[in-house]
Design a protein around this ligand. Sequence first.
Ligand code: C2E
Ligand code: MG
Ligand code: MG
Ligand code: MG
Length: 272
Amino acid sequence: KSSGRGTYKRFDAAMHAELQAHQQVKIALKGALERNEFELHYQPLISLKSRRVTGCEALLRWRSPERGMIAPSDFIPTAEETGLIVPIGKWILDQACRQAASWPEHISIAVNLSPVQFRHRNLVKAVADALSASRLDPARLQLEITESVLLDESEHNRQLLLELRGLGVKIAMDDFGTGYSSLGYLRSFPFDKIKVDQAFVRDLPHGKESLAIVRAVAGLGHSLGMTTTIEGIETEDQLAIVNAEGFHEAQGYIFSRPLPASEVSKLIENPL
Ligand code: C2E
Ligand code: MG
Ligand code: MG
Ligand code: MG
């Protein structure tokens, strides 16, 4: 009996500590947003046909005065758990659209959306506001979502995607192949673009299974009338394969790492 009570007490203390840590990170992220410590870097997407930049993906960074540059994987999960990804996500949309409006008209901008942003009723308004404030042509904005967005309440989220599409923006399925039932999602929603996850690129050119999957997705994208993109291209061998398989676009360190706005502008103006 007493050990039971003790266990309960320890659990309680652990929960308390966890809650406090959670509160602290929440305060840190909130402060980061207020002090303007977030910044967007931009990674070019290259047309494999023309070898020109077609657009850039906005990737979030946290420039912390104490800890230096922090990668999104280190703080986005906490931002999602605390709900702060909603105001941060709004800042990202505003900033990315404003930046893209300064680029030539044929250059698009891709923005990643968190599944948590989908649970908030203001997502459509946040996107519409970013577009109108920047005067960016909606057709130049691509929203990247992962399969997890369609996992829960799929009918609600499907309607939301259609509403976003109604604004004139494009919808891309990101990290394709890493989720649970990717093929079903392609049937339930007419995506404009599929981005194959870099996991399938990593063991190219030698991985037979990865090659078979990459080939199949290229074919699928063509049959469904979707733009096919592949991420994480690092070597000439990998590039030769995705080129041969007929992908429309590629993204990866072989072309460019994500760059600050000032540097990516130069790259857009003087193509590779
Ligand atoms: P993602 O959307 O799939 O973005 C691609 C990631 O792959 C980026 O990592 C990019 O730097 C990295 N990458 C690009 N080319 C290569 C390559 O050739 N080799 C390797 N090894 N990596 C490459 P990053 O910037 O660390 O972002 C990681 C993830 O964090 C993103 O994956 C996305 O899921 C999330 N994320 C980033 N920015 C945002 C944002 O603004 N909002 C939201 N909700 N999520 C974001
Ligand atoms: Mg992405
Ligand atoms: Mg991706
Ligand atoms: Mg990825």
